[in-house]
Design a protein around this ligand. Structure first.
Ligand code: PGA
Length: 261
């Protein structure tokens, strides 16, 4: 099991550190993780997403590394009277490559709507930052039989006016809300079924030749010991990892188990 890299979709595994690791913890992690890189599979994109204040340290330390850096959020605005916000241009200026948008914590705790997430995705593409666009249903929505409606609404809302070329530079992260930080993982079948559905919506929007190339990560309690089974599923092209990405050794182990070469 594990992801067998194909030409079609290179797997992508991203560490979402959330509100953890200031610059000095970021430096410690990167130094330790870089020592493990030689033992990791080559055919995988690895991304670290520290908090804003740690991004300059991360991009500086990883300037010559294959590991890429992501922000966890950004403003859809360029500048002006928006206290506390950070723009896409500012992230580009410090060499950030990706940005996580629409994470369920942003949606649930900070009230981000599909419309706002769409504006952020369009802004990210404008400056060639690659969005990691998160979607996912709550347990209640799944139990009420609304899984497909919720995912379709989030995908079509978030990708409104996103061109085919931009869609190819977008990573979708399917993260069932009930599996995030709970230790409960979707079964490989539940995850594969949802991913297959997500890809079918992408096919409706962009056609099959584009949707086959878009990478869809699974997120929600991914760990070293379940990565192989999850990433071995046909439509699962990587992982967005919270808790298990905070230690360099467990994150490295997860990548090793998840991707076979
Ligand atoms: P978790 O978080 O791996 O701790 O469940 C995943 C995420 O929220 O992206």
């Amino acid at each position: 099991m594990g992801y067998a890299a194909t030409d079609m979709r290179k797997p992508i595994i991203a560490a979402n550190w959330k509100l953890n690791k200031g610059p000095s913890d970021t430096e410690d992690f990167i130094k330790s993780f870089e020592n493990k890189l030689a033992d990791l599979p080559k055919g995988v994109d690895i991304v670290l997403a520290p908090p804003f204040v740690s991004l300059p340290k991360a991009t500086e330390l990883l300037a010559h590394s294959k590991v890429r850096v992501s922000a966890q959020n950004m403003s859809e605005k360029d500048n002006g009277a928006y206290t506390g916000e950070v723009s896409a241009f500012m992230l580009k200026e410090i060499f950030v490559n990706y940005v996580i948008l629409g994470h369920s914590e942003r949606r649930a705790i900070y009230g981000e709507s599909d419309e706002m997430i769409n504006a952020k995705i369009l802004k990210a593409h404008e400056v060639e930052l690659k969005p990691i666009f998160c979607i996912g249903e709550t347990l209640q929505e799944r139990e009420d039989g609304k899984l497909e409606d919720v995912l379709r609404t989030q995908i079509t809302g978030g990708l409104k006016n996103v061109t085919e070329k931009q869609a190819l530079d977008t990573v979708v992260a399917y993260e069932p809300v009930w599996a995030i930080g709970t230790g409960v993982t979707a079964s490989p079948k539940q995850a594969q079924d949802a991913h297959e559905f997500v890809r079918s919506v992408l096919t409706d929007l962009y056609g099959v030749s584009v949707s086959e190339k878009i990478r869809i990560q699974y997120g929600g309690s991914v760990k070293a010991d379940n990565a192989a089974e999850l990433l071995g599923q046909k439509d699962i092209d990587g992982a967005l990892v919270g808790g298990a990405s905070l230690e360099a050794s467990s994150f490295a182990e997860l990548i090793k188990n998840g991707v076979v070469e």
